[in-house]
Design a protein around this ligand. Structure first.
Ligand code: GDP
Ligand code: MN
Length: 397
């Protein structure tokens, strides 16, 4: 479950990481009053669940109301790599002396949390890792001990953070680790972690501050964090996935054109593989679970067909406790009800397992237009790939 920058910054603030205060807004007028409130100059930032907003023109500085109006107007509704901007974050602009990078994630192969730090932040961190790997410090943390201040200080020192901000960087790393651990995050990243120029003269020391926030929370641990429940960002979520969630259907949208439905998560995943192997590209993952309930099948079919990209649909059903003839009856009732045959989208149904012969016989007898019956998974995959490509596969069942 990915968080928007401003939501991530709220979690940062909760754990003592320094961030600029600001406001999320959805209109130009609200952007202007927010800017007035935080004080110019402000930075106007697109809130979308994708990085590289700066390069795409989704992060702009404004010195005054005129500039703020122009930038807010340009960024609202902007498409950033396929994500439409509905929300802006307005914060008081920071002066930047230098940009660092920091992150915490779980290194599964080492079975330990991994803290990463670099003084070459701001830019593409993948590029730093590839071209100047020595500039990226990787430090594994003992999960039972946690990250101590001394350890964090050693990371900052090894990473060659400026001497006057070593303590500040260490504090930020410890706080970031706390965010990652206590919020059940799978990733907590700051890029850039900035050092401010500080004010002239002696009293004004340089500050270390998070200018961006990228947090992914473990959705399975959300029940431990009722206060984070509201962060699930329905507006930026895929509308079909949101609808599926509301309907209690296990659905994940994918990029292809072949709708998939199966009973059982493992079977659906193998179906995706087999379709890909046959040269096709799945449009979704959908696990209909057990049962042959026509109502449930109907709901699933409607969800699959709501995706305009879908050109053909594959039903992969394995009869276990749920008998194949029952499933067939559910399918026939659902297809009748929705009038699937009237649509131009062909269906392939593969039915195997308990009472499969009887199930396929029922489907064949129903002679649903545009519904093809297959016995094996490979056969079904090849049929659906051909159908999606606009090729025939012989007479419908
Ligand atoms: P990203 O492009 O999606 O990673 O968005 P960021 O939040 O990291 O912002 C991109 C870049 O905009 C940063 O690396 C900064 O250089 C710049 N930027 C963001 N906020 C400020 C700010 O308050 N002041 C200044 N001077 N630059 C900023
Ligand atoms: Mn960034």
């Amino acid at each position: 479950m990915d968080l928007l920058e401003y939501q991530g910054k709220q979690l940062f603030a909760r754990h003592g990481l320094r961030v600029s205060s600001g406001k999320p807004v959805t209109t130009i007028e609200d952007a202007l009053s927010a800017a007035e409130e935080v004080g110019y100059p402000v930075v106007i930032k697109a809130q979308v669940l994708i990085g590289g907003r700066g390069k795409a023109g989704g992060v702009k500085l404004a010195e005054n109301a005129e500039e703020a109006r122009e930038h807010a107007g340009n960024i609202l509704g902007m498409d950033i790599h396929g994500h439409t901007v509905h929300t802006l974050w307005i914060e008081h602009a920071s002066d930047i002396a230098t940009e660092y990078y920091a992150s915490v994630l779980l290194d599964r192969s080492a079975k330990k949390p991994l803290v990463m730090f670099s003084v070459e932040g701001g830019v593409d961190i993948e590029q730093v890792a590839e071209e100047t790997p020595d500039a990226l410090i990787r430090h594994h943390v003992d999960p039972l001990e946690g990250l101590s201040h001394e350890e964090a200080l050693a990371i900052a020192t090894e990473g060659k953070a400026d001497a006057d901000v070593l303590e500040g960087v260490a504090d930020a790393l410890v706080a970031l680790y706390e965010v990652w651990l206590q919020e059940d995050a799978t990733l907590a990243e700051i890029n850039p972690l900035i050092v401010t120029p500080g004010t002239a003269g002696e009293a004004g020391g340089r500050e270390v501050k998070a200018l961006d926030a990228k947090i992914s929370l473990d959705a399975n641990a959300l029940y431990r964090h009722p206060e984070n429940q509201s962060l699930a960002d329905s507006e930026n979520e895929d509308p079909l996935e949101r609808r599926a969630k509301e309907e209690g259907v296990q659905y994940v949208k994918l990029d292809g054109d072949i709708g998939i439905l199966g009973n059982g998560a493992g079977l659906v995943m193998s179906t995706l593989d087999v379709v890909a192997q046959a040269g096709g590209s799945p449009a979704n993952f959908l696990d209909a679970g057990g049962g042959s309930d026509a109502e449930k099948i109907k709901q699933a079919v409607q969800l699959i067909l709501a995706n305009d990209a879908v050109k053909a649909v594959l039903f992969n059903i394995f009869g276990g406790i749920t008998r194949g003839d029952e499933v067939a009856k559910g399918l026939i009732a659902a297809f009748d009800d929705i009038g699937v045959g009237g649509k131009s989208i062909p269906f392939v149904v593969r039915l195997d397992g308990t009472n499969d012969v009887e199930g396929r016989r029922l489907l064949q007898e129903a002679a649903l237009p545009n519904v093809h019956v297959a016995k094996t998974m490979n056969e079904a995959a090849e049929m659906v790939v051909a159908l999606a490509a606009g090729k025939g596969v012989g007479a419908p069942a």
